[in-house]
Design a protein around this ligand. Structure first.
Ligand SMILES: [Fe+2]
Length: 541
């Protein structure tokens, strides 16, 4: 390929991620931030025509989502060794493509390259490893978790001087610090974008939001091939493309969707989501981040989660299977949550899959990653729990009914934690998203269920992009709290700071490492030296 000089970090930021930031930063602070961003490898890897690249893998497959600087009129190709896999255009202009490679050797580091139709390289080759086969016995697997990395970027001019969601360069820095610990894969658990189409509070609740007005979507039109497509890309692109760029090219990602990924906040009546917003959610995923690859123990027909024209991918239910060491069950509750006498969070077929995998032997650690948190409530409508904010007392209560909340959601919660706790040969663990906090606790009781013999550890993974107003204590006047349904032993009561979580899976234990960074008191440079502020080991009997 025509080799470009190493990426000039300042030019790169000014031209893409930092274009808006440059205006806000007015030069000097941006330079200071940008010059300190730690990811030496990206300075020597030539991204060429690639604007963003997010891969996922299984033991035998790779799926890439890629956007290019310029639209490609002819089909590009992914080359892995001697094999070639043609791209598939994901938008209607040729700027967004996906590449699906099958029949790969498991547990192998593959060399990948993207090539244009005329044979020229679109970026420098790079490496990506498939997971070990299901019967392998790896001795270690490190998984990164984070949540809420979306939001149009805000401004930062020093400690105490910030507005809106974190600037992209600070999100880059947090994610790069996380990547510096060399995780084998990453779970981005929900809320990759914030562009809610309806107001969720105040007198105009339910009316179009200012963002919806500016996007001017045709709610009765198709997403692709209309002005809706351009509006989607304008709204979602700046929240995803520069946040990840190509930093995760060698780290498989698992992106779960949550409320905001359906272009709506979690507020009474927002779900089941309107048809057009479901299509927006699907289109966002199609363009920007990979769906979930199939896995032998997950049924192919789980509802509300596939678009038939894109094959055997699931949009909402995923599995990370790493030999016999770890199985992570990923599930978005928003697609299948229902109301009424038979209400559930996840469809009965999804629950059956979760219960079956939770109670099956053969994998050392089986953990849950739901899009909605277990263990805490922020008083929001679409939670497992009935707790709601008593604004006078500034605390959560169950004395006031939460309108349109469903008892069936909580019953399903109890069936899931009962199954987790019942597997006495394992340490039950839930790592969730959505809540803008970092936390860890052990659940000893859920309603009438006594879980004390094998308590369920639950973790809030930590948010990456949250705005000051996004933290629960600001938006609702009370922080995330244990619901009355639970006996919760909080080793880390929810902390409203930015952060992330690493889980190390080892044959005899899991090690949790929680990271925090306080935008209100710590300089940006402290991100580069973050160490876990809390570590705990979950040993297995
Ligand atoms: Fe959420």
């Amino acid at each position: 390929m025509a080799k470009r000089p190493p990426v000039d970090r300042r030019q790169f930021l000014a031209g893409s991620a930092g274009a808006m930031g440059a205006a806000f930063f007015r030069g000097a602070p941006l330079d200071a931030l940008a010059s300190q961003i730690a990811l030496p490898e990206s300075q020597v890897w030539d991204a060429g025509q690639v604007r963003h690249l997010l891969p996922t893998v299984s033991e035998s497959r790779i799926l890439l989502k890629v956007s290019f600087e310029r639209a490609l009129s002819d089909t590009p190709t992914l080359r892995i060794g001697a094999r070639s896999f043609p791209g598939r255009m994901n938008d209607t202009r040729g700027s967004f493509w996906q590449f699906s490679a099958t029949g790969l050797d498991a547990g192998t580091t593959h060399s990948l390259s993207l090539v244009a139709a005329n044979g020229s390289s679109l970026c420098e080759p790079w490496s990506l490893s498939t997971f070990p086969p299901a019967e392998a016995r790896p001795d270690r697997f490190r998984l990164l978790f984070f949540t809420c990395a979306g939001g149009p970027e805000g401004t930062y001019a020093g400690i105490g001087q910030r507005r809106g969601n974190l600037p992209t360069v600070i999100r880059n820095r947090l994610l790069r610090r996380a990547l510096s610990f060399n995780p084998d894969a990453a779970v981005a658990n929900g809320d990759h974008i914030y562009w809610d189409l309806h107001r969720w509070s105040g007198q105009l609740t339910g009316a179009l939001s200012p963002r919806a007005e500016s996007s001017n979507f045709d709610f009765a039109g198709s997403v692709f091939g209309t002005s809706n497509e351009a509006a989607l890309i304008l709204a979602a692109g700046p929240q995803i493309v520069p946040v990840y760029g190509t930093d995760f090219r060698s780290t498989p990602v698992f992106f779960l969707q949550d409320d905001h990924d359906h272009w709506e906040n979690d507020a009474a009546g927002a779900f089941p989501v309107a048809w057009f917003q479901l299509q927006l959610a699907r289109a966002t995923q199609q363009l920007y981040y990979p769906e979930f690859l199939p896995e032998a123990n997950r049924p192919m027909g789980l509802p509300w989660s596939s678009s038939s024209d894109r094959g055997d991918l699931s949009e909402s239910f995923g599995t990370i299977r790493y030999g016999n060491l770890a199985e992570v069950l990923l599930y978005d509750v928003r697609r299948t949550m229902t109301l009424g006498p038979t209400a559930v969070f996840v469809d009965s077929n999804v629950e059956e899959w979760l219960l079956s995998r939770t109670t099956s032997p053969g994998v050392r650690h089986v953990i849950h990653a739901p899009s909605n948190p277990m263990g805490w409530s922020a008083g929001k409508w679409g939670e497992w729990y009935p707790d709601i904010l008593d604004s006078d007392a500034r605390r959560l209560t169950t004395a006031v009914p939460k309108a349109f909340w469903q008892e069936g959601w909580l019953r399903q919660h109890d069936r899931l934690v009962d199954a987790m706790s019942g597997m006495r040969a394992r340490s039950p663990l839930v790592v969730s998203g959505d809540l803008h906090a970092i936390g860890a606790a052990r659940m000893h009781r859920a309603g009438t269920l006594d879980l004390a013999a094998n308590p369920v550890t639950t973790v809030l993974s930590g948010p990456v992009g949250t705005s000051p107003g996004g933290f629960p204590s600001v938006v609702r006047g009370v922080g995330s709290s244990p619901p009355s349904h639970l006996d919760l032993d909080e080793s880390v009561p929810p902390i409203e700071e930015h952060g992330f979580t690493l889980v190390d899976f080892l044959p005899d234990r899991m090690v949790l490492s929680l990271f925090r960074w306080d935008v209100k008191s710590q300089p940006v440079g402290a991100i580069d030296d973050l160490q876990p502020f809390y570590t705990t080991e979950l040993s297995t009997p």
